[in-house]
Write a protein that binds this ligand. Sequence first.
Ligand SMILES: [Zn+2]
Length: 95
Amino acid sequence: MTMDSTGSSFPAPLSSPVVAPTDPALPSKACRDCQTLKPLTAFGPHRNRADHRSPYCRECASAYMRRWREENPEAHAKIQRKYLMRRKLRSIASE
Ligand SMILES: [Zn+2]
């Protein structure tokens, strides 16, 4: 049994998805915080955005998170608990 001509689920990419960081065609955008133009790979993933990338580069995002965590230790602990709980439930479900 071959999987060759069976379905048209999704087209195979013709060009390699691996792009060198210096490629001028590499999609990039400016960070909303530091205003630096960076490749999309320098931005963290973001579910609810059109380009699925955070408006802030990873450096700014982690700096922001650190600051936010220091200012909101209780809120952070709450999120952390929720996250750990969900992970625990998932690991139980997959066993
Ligand atoms: Zn930035």
